[in-house]
Design a protein around this ligand. Structure first.
Ligand code: AMP
Ligand code: GLY
Length: 447
C-alpha cells in the first residue's frame, strides 16, 4: 500500500515541505491542498483542489488516499481546530490542537503565558476600552507597538512613531468590527531570530531544534518600509559573532526554550494533550545581546522553511524521520551539533515579490525562469503562482523564492542574486512584452 503525505496550504513554505518529503524513500506521493504552480510541476507531488476551510472534505480525502500523515502549513486551520477534527477521525496529523494553537492565535493569551512563566518579552498592557488605551499611550516613549489580539494575516501589528499614529492604530485595531482586545507593548530594537523546533509524538520535552534562521521582515533595504510576511531568510545569522558570545546567546535561547517547554507542560495538565507540531519562537536580540520573545507561532515560518528544507536536503536529513520517528533516536538539536558558524555552510533565500506588495500588488503577469539551472543546491520554491498553458502566471504578492545552499555565505548570497536576476518578467502569456518593473526584491539579504 502507498505511503502518502498530505500537506495543507499553498505558499512557498508548503512547496518546500512537500518537496522535502517527496525526497524521502519512505514516502510515495505528496498531495498538497491547494498547492501552487510550483508544486504542480514537481514529480510525486499532486495538487488537490479542496477549500482548506472544508474540514469534512479534507478528512474524506485523507481517509481515501492512503495518507499516513497530514502536515498543516498555515496558522488559520490550526487555530480553527483542524488537528482536533483529524484526531477525532482517527487520522494522523502533525500540528498542535487548537488548545495550543491559541499561543499564536491570541496575543493576549501568549503575553499572559509569557508573563506567568517569567519568559522575557516586551513590557505590555492589554485593553478592551478605547479611551483607556488612548490614555495609556499619552507620554509614552515612541515608537510603540499596537497589536490586535487575534490572527490578522500580518495586518494586526502596527508600529506607531508618535501619539497620533498610536491613536489611529488603536482606532483601527480595537472596536466593534475589529479585535475585542489589543495589546500595547514597548518597541524592541535589535536583530530578529527564528528559533524553530519540531515537537513530535513524545511531546515538547523531546524537541528537535532546527538551524536558526533570520527572516527579513520589512519590505525595503535596511529594515525600512512596511512590514511584510518576509522578504528573505538566511541560516546561521549569528555566525559573525565571536564564539564565546555565540555560546552565551545559545545558552540564553536554550533558557527561553526550557521555560517555554515548562510552561507548555504545565498547560498540558489542563489540556491533557501533548504539544505536537512545529514550535516557532520569534526572538529579538538587542545590541547588548539581551533576548526577548516577540511571538510564538505554532507552525513553520515562511520564508524560513524554504531555507531550512534546502539545508536539511543538503545535510541528507529526512524530514519524515524528524516528524515521525522517536526523537530520542534522531538528531536532537542542529544548533548544538553544528555550532552556528558561517563556515559550517550557509543557505540564502530571496523572495521575488510583485510590485505593490504588501499593499495592492500587480498580478496576472508571467515569468520565464528557464534560465536558472536548478540543482540540489539551487532551488526555486513557488508561492503566488499558477501554471497557465505551461506558463508561470503570477497570482500572489510573494511570488517565489530563489534558494541557494553553499559552503560559504559569500557564495550563497552571490549565487542567489546572480540567479534571481535571470528571471524574466512579461506582461503577456506569449512572453513577448517584457516588463521587469512588475517585480522587486530586497538587495541586502545576507546583511
Ligand atoms: P508579531 O506577530 O507579534 O510577531 O509581530 C510581527 C512583526 O512585528 C515581528 O516579527 C516584528 O518584526 C514586529 N514587532 C512585533 N512586536 C514588536 C516589538 N515589540 N518591537 C519591535 N518590533 C515588533
Ligand atoms: N516569516 C515569519 C512568519 O512566518 O511568521
Amino acid at each position: 500500500m502507498d505511503q502518502n503525505i498530505f500537506v495543507i496550504g499553498q505558499g512557498g513554505r508548503e512547496h518546500a515541505i512537500a518537496w522535502k518529503l517527496s525526497k524521502s524513500n519512505k514516502v510515495d506521493n505528496v498531495y498538497v491542498c491547494p498547492g501552487n504552480g510550483g508544486t504542480s510541476l514537481e514529480e510525486n507531488i499532486i495538487n488537490v483542489d479542496i477549500n482548506i476551510e472544508d474540514k469534512d472534505s479534507l478528512i474524506n480525502f485523507a481517509k481515501n488516499n492512503n495518507i499516513i500523515m497530514t502536515i498543516v502549513g498555515p496558522e488559520g486551520p490550526l487555530v480553527d481546530g483542524i488537528v482536533n477534527s483529524f484526531i477525532e477521525n482517527g487520522l494522523k496529523i502533525f500540528g498542535p490542537t487548537k488548545e495550543y494553537a491559541i499561543l499564536e492565535g491570541s496575543k493576549v493569551f501568549s503575553k499572559e503565558f509569557m508573563e506567568k512563566f517569567d519568559i522575557p518579552t516586551a513590557s505590555f498592557r492589554m485593553f478592551s476600552d478605547n479611551i483607556e488605551a488612548k490614555n495609556y499611550i499619552k507620554n509614552k516613549k515612541y515608537p510603540i507597538v499596537v497589536k490586535a489580539d487575534g490572527l490578522a494575516a500580518g495586518k494586526g501589528v502596527i508600529i506607531s512613531n508618535d501619539e497620533d499614529e498610536a491613536i489611529n492604530a488603536i482606532d483601527k485595531l480595537l472596536g466593534s468590527n475589529h479585535s475585542e482586545y489589543i495589546v500595547i507593548e514597548d518597541f524592541l530594537i535589535g536583530q530578529e531570530l527564528s528559533a524553530i523546533y519540531i515537537c513530535n509524538f513524545k511531546g515538547a520535552s523531546y524537541e528537535i531544534g532546527l538551524p536558526w534562521t533570520k527572516d527579513y521582515k520589512s519590505r525595503d533595504e535596511f529594515n525600512s518600509g512596511p512590514n511584510t510576511g518576509g522578504m528573505g531568510a538566511v541560516s546561521h545569522p549569528l555566525g559573525y559573532q565571536h564564539k564565546n558570545l555565540l555560546f552565551k546567546l545559545h545558552l540564553e535561547i536554550e533558557k527561553i526554550l526550557i521555560k517555554t517547554i515548562a510552561a507548555i507542560n504545565n498547560y498540558n495538565k489542563k489540556t491533557n494533550k501533548n504539544y505536537l507540531g512545529f514550535l516557532y519562537i520569534g526572538l529579538m536580540i538587542n545590541n547588548d545581546n539581551d533576548i526577548k520573545v516577540l511571538e510564538y507561532n505554532c507552525r513553520l515560518g515562511d520564508p524560513e522553511t524554504q531555507n531550512l528544507m534546502l539545508t536539511l536536503e543538503n545535510q541528507n536529513i529526512d524530514l519524515y524521520d524528524l516528524i515521525v520517528n522517536d526523537p530520542i533516536n534522531s538528531i536532537k538539536d542542529f544548533n548544538l551539533l553544528k555550532i552556528d558558524t558561517e563556515e559550517s555552510s550557509y543557505c540564502c533565500t530571496i523572495v521575488l515579490a510583485a510590485k505593490g506588495y504588501p499593499d495592492a500588488y500587480a498580478k496576472d503577469f508571467f515569468l520565464d525562469i528557464s534560465h536558472i539551472k536548478q540543482s540540489d543546491k539551487i532551488k526555486i520554491f513557488h508561492a503566488g503562482t499558477v501554471i497557465k498553458n505551461n506558463k508561470i502566471q503570477v497570482v500572489g504578492g510573494r511570488i517565489l523564492t530563489v534558494n541557494v545552499f553553499a559552503d560559504t555565505k559569500e557564495e550563497a548570497v552571490n549565487l542567489a542574486y546572480e540567479n534571481i536576476k535571470k528571471i524574466n518578467v512579461f506582461e503577456d502569456e506569449n512572453l513577448s512584452v517584457q516588463n521587469q518593473n512588475l517585480v522587486f526584491y530586497r538587495d541586502d539579504i545576507g546583511n
